[in-house]
Design a protein around this ligand. Structure first.
Ligand code: FAD
Length: 527
């Protein structure tokens, strides 16, 4: 076995092999280390695949890609790295759907987390998921896709409470950031809905943690940008799932009414806060998107798009806005849910005649961006650069942000992509978690989710992003980046603010040689 493994190893990973045969690993780890090496691919096809992400902006080639078959393989790889005089970096990669190289490992080893799932399928087991119908949680491997978590939990009539808009990304990937979506106003982000984690730390230890056990690691890893360890299991809170959804879009021609209604809906003052909409998001539609160029939508019919274009032209404003809401229901509560929706709409100030309602299945609603993906793929505009910028904007400055960004910097921008804008309640976030949020009770998630399709788009979108960040800085808006990217250590210090010293201390404790997730660019690997 050793000879076979070693020869594969020799022919493919000569660098690592040299280390292994030079006695670089502690004795007990020898066998594991050689076994690990057989799971590292260094062929060009593998390394090229792991050198790029959804953003298509940053490229960095690793030396190898580990295909683990168990969390233990990841621990062994990390210990192998640490046994070197100059450790190599290690980046867990979920779906690689980051935008700026966060899951890359230049010159290091990328851990292809999805292999954990593939291995289980090969050995005849479905996947690393276990549902407790009694205690309402699911244990899932960090490599699992949320879409698979949805289908597995639905078999038991249950589902997680909070979803990202897109479900073809991994549990470990979203929990390393936050995991936000239209249910977060009520339940908090996905990281507020986790009971336990298993983490392989940057010291190569496998540690179980929760709010009561190894709590510093638990709160560090949630939103921790992969800096403290690799999440290999998460216990996620569930609720009873409903079958159908009334999916609503309400159009507004001015930002004040739009934001007042959103804030009313997520507060406890309205039926929206206490049992109205189960999901609340919002979009900013820059008018050129409606009045010029390609106009198609997976929600609106062509005649509704005409109606919205007329609204945009009629108001002469640079943007119109939609609140997007969803009410879940069972077949037997269909009529009472319709009545509830009508009552709720009466509280709101959208443009009369501009409420659009769809009745869809729960799964179709949650997987809506998965369907958009298929369309974008067939149109050849999925694998293009995505210079996305996501910001958390304090509620008190959202109207200033709207004026400076949508009505000024982006007023004449090319209409490509989607702009999201919706509020959340800060009391649903646990401040012990790592994610940085503005210092106000309510803040908005604003996503400039734009794609560079034509020549010159990328440069233009990057210039606009820089102008938006500059505007926020100059005007003291108090934004925090979500899915952050900062070029300097000072940028990261400012990003984390008073959380920085704790962040750095936990890094020294759980990844003292700074080998994990180097693509985030927060720490440099220690020699
Ligand atoms: P990757 O890109 O593979 O990794 C992200 C980071 O996490 C890297 O630093 C990586 O090293 C680290 N990491 C990966 N796995 C682990 C692990 N198991 N343990 C520790 N660290 C790990 N986000 C939202 O919050 N809400 C949304 O609605 C939303 N919609 C999106 C829609 C689309 C179309 C896309 C492409 C992204 C969206 N995102 C959204 C962003 C998404 O949540 C993040 O980019 C997420 O990181 C993607 O998961 P991934 O599995 O691809 O992670």
């Amino acid at each position: 076995f050793l000879i076979v493994t070693t020869s594969v190893f020799l022919s493919t990973t000569s660098h690592l092999h040299t280390l292994a045969t030079a006695g670089a690993f502690p004795d007990d780890d020898d066998i594991f280390a050689l076994d690990i090496v057989s799971k590292i691919r260094t062929d060009r096809k593998s390394t090229i695949k792991a050198s790029m992400d959804f953003g298509h902006i940053v490229e960095a080639i690793p030396n190898g890609v580990l295909h683990p078959t168990s969390p233990n393989d990841i621990a062994t790889l990390i210990r192998l790295s640490l046994s070197q005089p100059k450790p190599f970096t290690v980046a867990p990669r979920g779906q690689g759907h980051s935008a700026r190289g966060q899951a890359l490992a230049p010159g290091g080893v990328v851990v292809d987390m999805r292999s954990l799932n593939d291995h289980h399928r090969v050995v005849g087991r479905c996947c690393r998921m276990n549902v407790s119908t009694h205690e309402l949680w699911v244990d899932v491997g960090g490599e699992q896709l949320w879409i698979d978590v949805l289908h597995t939990t639905l078999e038991h009539g249950l589902a997680p409470r909070v979803w990202t808009d897109y479900l073809h990304i991994t549990v470990g990937g979203t929990l390393s950031n936050g995991g936000i979506g239209g249910q977060a106003f009520r339940h908090g982000p996905q990281i507020s809905n986790v009971h336990e984690l298993d983490v392989v730390t940057g010291t190569g230890e496998m540690i179980s943690c929760s709010p009561d056990k190894n709590s510093d690691l638990f709160f560090a890893a949630l939103g921790g940008l992969g800096q403290f360890g690799v999440i290999t299991r998460a216990r996620i809170a569930l609720e009873r799932a409903l079958k159908r959804v009334l999916w609503v879009r309400l159009a507004y021609s001015d930002v004040q009414s739009f934001t007042s209604d959103q804030e009313l809906l997520i507060s406890k003052r309205s039926a929206g806060g206490s049992g109205g909409f189960d999901y609340i998001e919002g979009q900013v539609q820059l008018n050129r998107t409606l009045t010029e160029g390609r106009r198609s939508s997976s929600f609106f019919s062509p005649s509704e798009l005409d109606q919205l274009a007329n609204l945009a032209i009629g108001t002469g404003s640079a943007a119109i806005y939609y609140i997007e809401g969803a009410m879940y229901y069972h077949d037997d509560t269909a009529s009472s849910t319709s009545v509830k929706l009508e009552t709720l709409l009466e509280e709101l100030s959208f443009v009369p005649g501009h409420a659009f309602v769809r009745d869809v299945s729960y799964v179709d609603f949650l997987d809506r961006v998965g369907r958009d993906e298929q369309k974008l793929r067939s149109a050849g505009v999925w694998d293009v650069p995505h210079p996305w910028l996501n910001l958390f904007v304090p509620r008190s400055r959202i109207v200033d942000f709207d004026a400076g960004v949508f009505k000024s910097i982006l007023k004449d921008t090319k209409p490509v992509g989607l702009v999201l804008m919706y509020p959340m309640n800060k009391d649903r976030w646990d401040d012990r978690m790592t994610t940085a949020t503005p210092d106000e009770d309510m803040f908005y998630a604003v996503g400039l989710l734009r794609s560079a399709v034509a020549a010159g788009d990328l440069e233009q979108l990057e210039r606009e992003n820089a102008a938006v960040l500059e505007f926020c800085h100059r005007e003291g808006i108090g934004c925090k980046q979500y899915l952050p990217s900062h070029a300097s250590r000072d940028g990261w210090r400012r990003h984390f603010g008073e959380k920085w010293s704790r962040f750095a201390a936990l890094k020294r404790k759980y990844d003292p040689r700074a080998i994990l997730s180097p693509g985030q660019g927060i720490f440099s690997a220690a020699g």
